[in-house]
Ligand binder design. Structure first.
Ligand code: ZN
Length: 206
């Protein structure tokens, strides 16, 4: 397959946009392939991750927190070593469009959040982000153009200290007397699935 990557174009005399080491177009392509489509939230998330790294020491490994399960975790998974599965990315759902990268040993890090005050110069981003107009009335090309032009300027950055959760004891596992599957004993006498958390109805024939 031919290498279709183009040289990064300078936009209006500015330096080429880089999200970590990807150009904007390369990053959007990566979003498409990982997330299924070029979701505006994942694209903004790329600028947010990049901005966080710019405020952190060059060396070092950082854990991540996303304050929403929507879109943002995929930007973190694309541009950092942190994934949900490896445990370095945690979602603490406050519903805010914010992420934090931090040093696990000290808890010190940087929080980056979309700041509604900074959306005024970008009407398409503002109406999309604050859901002011129905999705079908959005102009996705215009929206993406605004996101590319606005980049990290949409975000507020502040230093934070993550309060470390106390270390739990090694989890003991048990066999649930109801479903006969293994589960962490700390969840109670039955697994959480059998306590009502399972999202399935009555068993069906396989
Ligand atoms: Zn069970």
């Amino acid at each position: 397959m031919a290498d279709q990557r183009r040289k990064p174009r300078g936009t209006r005399g500015q330096k080429a946009i880089l999200l970590r080491s990807s150009t904007f177009d390369e990053y959007v392509e990566r979003v498409r392939s990982f997330h299924g489509f070029a979701a505006p939230g994942v694209v903004i998330g790329g600028f947010m991750v990049d901005l966080a790294y710019r405020h952190l020491p060059k060396e070092g490994l950082f854990d991540a927190i996303c304050e929403t399960p929507k879109c943002l975790p995929d930007a973190v998974q694309l541009l950092t070593p942190c994934t949900i599965g490896n445990g370095w990315l945690t979602i603490v759902d406050t519903g805010r469009y914010a992420l934090c990268l931090y040093d696990k040993s000290s808890g010190r890090g940087v929080r980056v959040a979309v700041d509604p005050k900074r959306l005024d110069p970008w009407p398409e981003i503002k109406s999309w982000f604050l859901k002011l107009i129905p999705k079908k009335e959005q102009d996705s090309e215009l929206l993406m153009g605004e996101i590319k032009a606005a980049g990290g300027s949409l975000c507020a950055v502040r230093r934070v200290r993550v309060l470390r959760a106390p270390k739990g004891q090694a989890r003991q596992f048990a066999i649930c007397p109801s479903c006969r599957e293994s589960y962490p004993l700390g969840h109670g006498p039955l697994c959480l699935g059998c306590q009502g958390a399972a999202p399935y109805g009555a068993p069906e024939k396989a």
